[in-house]
Design a protein around this ligand. Structure first.
Ligand SMILES: [Zn+2]
Length: 244
């Protein structure tokens, strides 16, 4: 099996919050009595953003759970990601380096196919909302009020991902990345998702291909297409024919 860099796919577009979004930030430096459950912010602009690691981590989990081997490994690793290096999620999202000390370690290591950039808001000013929630003590019936800071629904972020092709199989792995984005739309990003937070949609998706020659010689980048939403993207064979 030869591994050689062949092309990069750039995937750009908008993430729209369909419900309030809470990706937790650190409360460090916040005075006592201040807000506890704050959202993560870009220190440069003080605006909320979506860390690439949050987006990548969630897509990885959802894709891992859709394969037998990797979902079994999540259980074995007590909730940690699969590290086999062989399954499709490991190829796309990466796996940690094998431990050379143990002889029975048959993990494979290859290049991580996917890079997910941080997603910043499209606005210069953004008011977050505070959602009050009560948890009720089942025994004393005492209410324990708390408030969560959320990015309001309707907020848009610009996302960018780069997917690298190293072997023929990576073209179909690229389609699996799109599957994981679809899975995310029917799941949630950030905290309190089972209570209605974090529903997002990918919109205005722009796909661009940069073959190896784009970086080393005068080869041109190839515009694949613009898609209004994930559901507008062609299905497997048709899409493969367009990106190869
Ligand atoms: Zn794996």
């Amino acid at each position: 099996m030869t591994i050689q860099f062949q092309a990069n796919f750039l995937l750009k577009g908008t993430i729209t919050c369909e419900t309030g979004l809470h990706i937790g930030g650190t409360s460090e430096g916040i005075e006592i009595g201040g807000l506890e459950n704050i959202v993560i912010r870009d220190p440069k602009t003080d605006l909320p953003f979506i860390p690439g690691s949050s987006l990548k981590g969630k897509m990885r989990t959802l894709l891992e759970l859709s394969y037998k081997d990797s979902s079994e490994n999540i259980i074995k690793n007590k909730g940690e990601p699969c590290k086999c290096g062989k399954c499709i999620p490991c190829k796309i999202f990466g796996s940690s380096a094998p431990d050379n000390k143990s002889k029975d370690d048959d993990r494979q290591q290859g290049p991580t196919r996917l890079v997910v950039r941080d997603s910043f808001t499209t606005v210069v000013k953004l008011e977050t909302e505070l959602k009050s929630e009560n948890t009720i003590n089942r025994i004393t019936s005492e209410a324990n009020p708390r408030s969560m800071e959320r990015v309001p629904r309707g907020t848009q972020f610009k996302f960018e991902m780069i997917f690298s092709i190293y072997e023929e199989e990576d073209y179909s792995n690229f389609l699996k990345l799109i599957d994981s984005m679809k899975l995310l739309e029917d799941s949630y990003l950030g905290g309190s998702g089972t209570r209605g937070y974090g529903q997002i949609q990918f919109k205005d998706i722009y796909v661009l291909k940069r073959p190896a020659g784009y970086y080393t010689s005068s080869a041109k980048e190839i515009e694949i297409s613009n898609f209004g939403s994930l559901t507008d993207m062609p299905k497997d064979d048709e899409f493969l024919a367009r990106i190869k």
